[in-house]
Design a protein around this ligand. Structure first.
Ligand code: GDP
Length: 197
């Protein structure tokens, strides 16, 4: 997919402010600082569509962008730094939980996972929540330029192994870097495919 047009539509602090559920939506979420804004900018080829911030956890709003007048890219608020899975549950704000479970035109939620880290409880806990609620999602491992290929592969394998302890199948997974644009084509092609079906 070539992104010809990317327009900011609105920021919403509650579901009732979100646009009508007309266009197909593809949303992005992850722990604060996972590289979500950078990935959105890399995918859309716009330097500052989403704000890249040095301050984790700043964005508490849902941001809608309209792509090619055809689909909506949704930038969801980051989730936090909880240390235990019990606390992790509480880290997913009611806004996030509400959006991902109730938004009828949400076609796929891309969950961003930092490929530099070993599996984090809060990410696994969020994916369990998605699986338990039947929400369609895919995984994008971020910052793949930061470590050696071998280290990245080790972390990704460990993450998948954790998922397979609980789930029979793995979701679609993408390995990305906003620095090198790795994964861009694959991820946009995946969205294209979903738009035709
Ligand atoms: P967000 O809080 O999830 O939106 O994360 P940001 O996109 O603001 O990125 C957080 C930090 O990680 C920033 O300093 C980015 O420059 C850096 N970063 C994000 N993606 C990448 C990447 O793919 N490679 C590298 N090397 N750094 C990245």
């Amino acid at each position: 997919m070539i992104i010809r047009k990317a327009e900011f539509k609105c920021s919403s602090s509650k579901m009732s402010q979100c646009p009508e559920e007309e266009m197909r939506e593809f949303a992005f979420i992850g722990r604060s600082n996972v590289g979500k804004s950078s990935l959105i900018n890399m995918l859309t080829g716009r330097n500052s569509l989403a704000k890249v911030s040095g301050t984790p956890g700043k964005t508490k709003l849902i941001n809608h962008f309209i792509i090619n007048d055809e689909w909506a890219l949704v930038d969801l608020p980051g989730y936090g730094y909880a240390r235990t899975s019990k606390a992790a549950r509480e880290e997913f704000s009611s806004l996030i939980r509400f959006y991902v479970t109730k938004r009828e035109n949400l076609h796929c939620l891309f969950v961003l996972i930092d490929s530099r880290l070993e599996p984090q409880k809060i990410d696994l806990s969020f994916l369990d929540f998605l699986g338990e609620n039947g929400i369609p999602f895919a995984i994008a491992f971020t910052k793949a330029d930061k470590l050696s290929q071998a280290q990245i592969n080790r972390n990704i394998k460990a993450f998948k192994t954790k998922l397979l302890e609980k789930w029979e199948e793995l979701p679609a997974c993408f390995v990305t870097s906003s620095e090198t644009a790795k994964g861009k084509e694959e991820l946009l092609d995946f969205i294209s495919e979903m738009l035709i079906t």
